[in-house]
Design a protein around this ligand. Structure first.
Ligand code: SF4
Length: 331
């Protein structure tokens, strides 16, 4: 048996794990899983205690995307029946923030489909963000696609705290998932937001026929990018998308992946993201011994579990909500 707790101690002492150790985490025998998670929890607790960050998404613009990401129901190659609408108005964005504040959600994520935002869309987001910051003091994460440097600067000036642009998969596997843009395009946007002084959020989707080495490469690439926040999605394959029918994950493997991300990115916010409910199933609570962040409510094109079940899970774990808003929560 690997000495997972000693490995966690070495991570806490500032050492990086080797490739062999990373492979061993993903190959961890099921009977050692609790000890592997104990090590991940020791690391998580050192930096985040028992706090859990909550995030809520508003799907600000849905469908109509010209890109061809194989996992996405909103892409030009998907036949999945998704709602399609243009960027919602400022008032709708503000109403969503009000709900996020009421639910003690620290970060409100404004997400729009498409290759990148138009100037008009940026104007709408900026106008809403200024009012949301004033009224609710929420952290704002924008996710609007490939960004130009001047757009990043405008978002920063409006008060956007964080920008999400996922690398999604490894550089090597990326052409198998999307051909309408490159892995380097994605990295460039992460670098652009960093240069504008916005906190970078970038994550992955696990379960898209990648190898274990691809997963290790993803975790290391995000470390190199210095992403402050790392959403780990588990593929929820949607009928009508090119990846429909792909069903490679089991809940224990998902936990090993979350542990790997924690051992490689010890100080970063790791969020269990899309596909949490369908892939981790009854083992969802265990994920929070490695990760320290979740979404509440629905994802972009799939439903999450009832919000009350998420709050019950945190209460049962004895974990505390890390509410970053400045106003008193109302519930
Ligand atoms: S992931 Fe984003 S860029 Fe890719 S198809 Fe979906 S909406 Fe478009």
């Amino acid at each position: 048996m690997q000495n997972w707790l000693a490995l966690a101690d070495r991570v806490l002492a500032g050492e990086e794990i080797t490739n062999e150790e990373a492979e061993a985490i993903l190959d961890c025998p099921d009977e050692e899983l609790l000890v592997l998670l104990q090590g991940a929890y020791n690391i998580r607790r050192a930096y985040f205690g028992n706090k859990v960050k909550l995030n809520m998404i508003i799907n600000a613009k849905s469908g109509l995307c010209p890109e061809n990401c194989g996992y996405c129901a909103q892409s030009s190659v998907s036949t999945a029946p998704v709602k399609t609408y243009k960027m919602v108005d400022k008032e709708t964005l503000i109403r969503g923030a009000e709900e996020a504040s009421r639910l003690r959600v620290g970060t409100y994520c404004i997400v729009a489909s498409g290759r990148g935002p138009s100037e008009k869309e940026i104007d709408t987001v900026i106008s809403a963000v200024k009012e949301i910051k004033e009224r609710f003091g929420l952290k704002i994460c924008a996710c609007l696609g490939i960004l130009k440097p001047e757009q990043a600067v405008r978002l920063k000036e409006a008060g956007v705290d964080r920008y999400n642009h996922n690398i999604n998969t490894s550089k090597e596997h990326h052409p198998n998932i999307t051909t309408s843009h490159t892995y380097d395009d994605r990295v460039k946007t992460v670098e652009t937001v960093k240069q504008a002084g916005i906190s970078p959020c970038s994550g992955v989707i696990i379960g898209m026929k990648e190898t274990k080495q691809d997963i290790i490469n993803m975790a290391r690439s995000l470390k190199a990018l210095d992403a402050d926040s790392i959403p780990v999605n588990f593929l929820h394959a949607i009928d009508g998308t090119p990846l429909a029918g792909t069903d490679e994950l089991d809940p224990r493997y998902c936990l090993k992946v979350l542990a790997l991300f924690r051992y490689i990115n010890p100080t970063k916010e790791i969020r269990i993201s899309g596909g949490r409910e369908v892939n981790l199933r009854s083992l969802q609570p265990f994920g929070l011994y490695a990760a320290n962040s979740i979404f509440v409510g629905d994802y972009l094109t799939t439903e999450g579990q009832e919000k009350s079940e998420d709050y019950r899970m945190l209460e049962d774990l004895g974990f505390e909500i890390d509410f970053a808003g400045e106003q008193q929560p109302v519930c």
